[in-house]
Structures are given as structure tokens and as C-alpha cells.
Design a protein around this ligand. Structure first.
Ligand SMILES: O=P(O)(O)OC[C@H]1O[C@H](O[C@H]2O[C@H](CO)[C@@H](O)[C@H](O)[C@H]2O)[C@H](O)[C@@H](O)[C@@H]1O
Length: 403
């Protein structure tokens, strides 16, 4: 994948090679391991579309169910998977986390290391939404970020170019965050509202320039535009087909559709998986990715959160520069694509938000959104002190206290 050429169309003219593993399971979708080994294409398991004539290819035989079961498991269950003989107590879980943190130090504990890397550089901040800025809750419509977090993100954006990169639709995540000073990428990076391109000569078809209510010019980049009617059709079919499954919820994110099973009785998870699986059989140009108790149907295009990060850096005229330090904070499997781009490009780093050990391409870790807020606040304070700006109470979430 040529990460530099975000100018080239990411829509694959012939999706066949990808389709071979379209219903296969990437190792990152299998239960998390503690090894920390990096992902590689050789780790894709290619599952035949049909096992034998007459034997249906279903969610149990193709590994989907395993992936669904391993999505967002309870902390103790993860430790048990790593060491099947262990009796898992809170102490065992704490020890496992502590030893994992030797490899992925807390970005708060290692704050000086972070700031020494940033000292002479421009930080560019990329933030995932669910599980990073807002806590994971049962109802996706009620995943609100706190006022303290909003204020921390606003302060970060005052000093550093900042973008939200979410699996949600761009409109939806924009409404939830509500800050005009940020860049937004929805649908896992397939819908980017970014700055007017640095490279003005690029008149790619996927671009669309516009002006917001305040007269600020921006560019929309939508590499999967042609899939909008297909996703809409798939969304409607999924709503219809999951109607009888109590707790299932389907979202239309314009360039991808999400099928949530968090609130579905565990015994019915295979039914949810089978519904999505059967639908995908009819749409060779769509594929599946797994998130936290959610199945996501998206176009087979060479585009993900990693490409979105690279695209935004290019648009800002900040890619491939030694004086720029991109930082990406995220909690989910889809964020790994962005961590990977930063790690492989040796241009900044990822911070994984997780309360338990996980295989990751990030460099640092934070336990939960509360720690994300603490990290962002410390970064703002550090920047203000470094720049000789007096630290104002207003810039510190929760900082306007009475004496
Ligand atoms: O890329 P993100 O911003 O992290 O978005 C990923 C998905 O987030 C939402 O679902 C997740 O959060 C919900 C609210 O906490 C939770 O109920 C659900 O189980 C999680 O999967 C969103 O609804 C999805 O569409 C996003 O793809």
C-alpha cells in the first residue's frame, strides 16, 4: 500500500483478490494475545467461501463467531484466554496489566518521554471517539463525552491541529463533539472534512470544496462516494432482517453500516452474525470488519483510518516532516490501522486506550477516557508552560475551582 499516494483512487477496480480473504479472519480479530507480535498480511487466514458442496459456510465454521465472542470480553476472561490454567483473581489481572505496561507504558507515566519527543515539533492530534473520548455504553445514541473532555479537546485544538477519526458518520460524530475548530473524519476515514488541500493542483474527483456557516472553507474527501446507494440498500435490508432479534441495532453511517449486538442475548449472536454473513454473500464489493460488539459492513476499498491520517497530514502540508509529531489515541481494532501507519512511517506514535492487555501497534497506553482527558490536559499545560503562556484555569478541565 502506497501511503504517500492518497491522490490515487482507493477504489479497487477488481475486488477479487481482496474477496478471497473477505470472509476470512485477520489475526487481529481473533482473541487478543499477549505476545505483542505485529500484524502482517501473512497472518490472514483464508477461509473458503463454501466448505463442501451442500455444507453451508456459516458464522461458526468461518471464525466470525470466535471474533464476535472475543470482541470487548470481560477483563478476567482475557487473562484466562492467555493462560488457560490460571485462576484469575483481581491480583492476577493487575499483574498481567502491569507486565503488559512494561511494553506499552502509560502515556501519563511516560509523559516526559512524550514531551521530550515533542519539544521541537508540531504535534498533530488524532482522536478516536467511542471508548476514547466517551465511555462505552449500551446505547450508541447515548455515548456522550463529558464537558470536561470537550473542554480538554478544545484546549488541545487551540495549540495543535486536531482531528476526530471515527467509525460513526461524520455528521453524527460532529454533533456529539460539537467543536468547530477540529477536522472530522467519519465512517472510518471514508468521509473527511479537512482543510483546503495544501497541494492546490490536485483536482481529484473525490474532492468537493465547500464553505461552512461561518464562511470557513473546507474540503470534503469521500473516496467511497459511489457506495452510498449500496450502503443505504444494505442498511435497509439489515434493519429488516434483524427485526426479530431482540437488542440488535443497525446504524447507517453513509459509507458503512454497523450492526450492534451488545444488547443481544449471547445465544443469539450467531443469528446476528449469520444475517450479516448471508447479506455479504450477495455483495462482493462489501466486506466485514469487527469493532466492539459491532459488525461493520463497508466497501472493499483500500482505505481505512490509517489512510485517513495520512490524507489529513498531506492536506495540512505536514506529512513526511521531521518537525511534526502525529499522535493518535484510540481504543479499537480499526484504530490499529492508524497506529500501524505511524509506527511504520516512523512518524509519531499511537496510544492505545485499554484497561486490559491487548496486542497492538501503539507505543503507549492509557486505561480509559478519564486518563485520556488527563493526558490531554497535561499536554496543554506543558505547551503553555513551554511557550511561556500563563496557565489559565479555563484551559484546565475542572480547573475553575473556588479557593
Ligand atoms: O471509531 P469510533 O469513534 O470508536 O466508533 C466505533 C463505533 O462506535 C460506536 O459503537 C461503539 O460504542 C457504543 C457506545 O459506547 C457501544 O454501544 C457499541 O457497542 C460500540 O461498538 C458506534 O455506534 C459505531 O457505529 C462505531 O463504528
Amino acid at each position: 500500500m502506497d501511503l504517500k499516494s492518497s491522490h490515487a483512487s482507493p477504489v479497487l477496480a477488481d475486488p477479487t483478490p481482496v474477496n478471497k480473504s473477505r470472509l476470512g479472519v485477520h489475526s487481529s480479530l481473533l482473541p487478543y494475545s499477549q505476545t505483542g507480535t505485529s500484524f502482517s498480511s501473512s497472518m490472514y487466514i483464508s477461509i473458503p467461501r463454501k466448505n463442501k458442496p451442500g455444507v453451508p459456510d456459516d458464522v461458526r465454521s468461518n471464525g466470525w463467531l470466535d471474533a464476535m465472542l472475543s470482541s470487548s470480553p470481560p477483563r478476567k476472561k482475557l487473562i484466562m484466554d492467555m493462560n488457560s490454567d490460571a485462576v484469575v483473581t483481581d491480583e492476577t489481572a493487575d499483574n498481567a496489566y502491569a507486565s503488559w505496561m512494561l511494553k506499552y507504558p502509560s502515556a501519563i507515566n511516560a509523559f516526559e518521554q512524550v514531551t521530550s519527543a515533542a519539544k521541537t515539533k508540531t504535534i498533530v492530534m488524532f482522536l478516536d471517539y467511542d471508548g476514547t473520548l466517551s465511555p462505552i455504553v449500551d446505547d450508541p445514541d447515548r455515548a456522550f463525552m463529558s464537558d470536561g473532555m470537550r473542554s480538554a479537546v478544545k484546549s488541545v485544538a487551540k495549540y495543535f491541529p486536531t482531528a476526530i477519526i471515527s467509525g460513526r458518520s461524520r455528521d453524527q460524530v460532529y454533533k456529539l463533539v460539537g467543536l468547530t475548530e477540529l477536522y472530522y473524519a467519519g465512517s472510518h476515514g471514508m468521509d473527511i472534512m479537512g482543510p483546503v488541500r495544501f497541494d492546490e493542483s490536485d483536482n481529484h474527483l473525490n474532492y468537493h470544496s465547500s464553505t461552512d456557516k461561518k464562511g470557513k472553507e473546507f474540503n470534503l474527501f469521500q473516496p467511497a462516494k459511489e457506495f452510498i446507494p449500496m450502503i443505504d440498500e444494505v442498511f435497509k435490508t439489515l434493519v429488516k432482517n434483524t427485526k426479530g432479534i431482540k437488542g440488535a441495532k443497525v446504524e447507517n453511517h453513509k459509507f458503512c453500516a454497523s450492526v450492534h449486538y451488545r444488547n443481544v442475548d449471547r445465544k443469539n449472536w450467531p443469528v446476528v452474525g449469520q444475517c450479516v454473513h448471508d447479506l455479504l454473500e450477495k455483495y462482493p464489493r462489501l466486506r466485514l470488519t469487527h469493532g466492539r460488539k459491532v459488525l461493520e459492513v463497508r466497501p472493499v476499498i483500500d482505505w481505512d483510518k490509517g489512510r485517513a491520517v495520512q490524507h489529513l497530514l498531506d492536506s495540512l502540508g505536514l506529512s513526511g516532516r521531521d518537525d511534526v509529531l502525529p499522535i493518535y489515541i484510540g481504543d479499537d481494532r480499526t484504530d490499529e490501522d492508524a497506529f500501524k501507519v505511524l509506527r511504520e512511517g516512523n512518524q509519531g506514535f499511537g496510544i492505545l486506550v485499554s484497561p486490559f492487555p491487548k496486542e497492538t501497534q501503539a507505543f503507549y497506553s492509557l486505561r480509559d477516557p478519564a486518563e485520556v482527558m488527563e493526558f490531554l490536559t497535561r499536554l496543554v499545560n506543558w505547551k503553555e508552560v513551554n511557550d511561556g503562556v500563563a496557565v489559565s484555569a479555563a484551559s484546565v478541565p475542572g480547573g475553575q475551582r473556588e479557593c
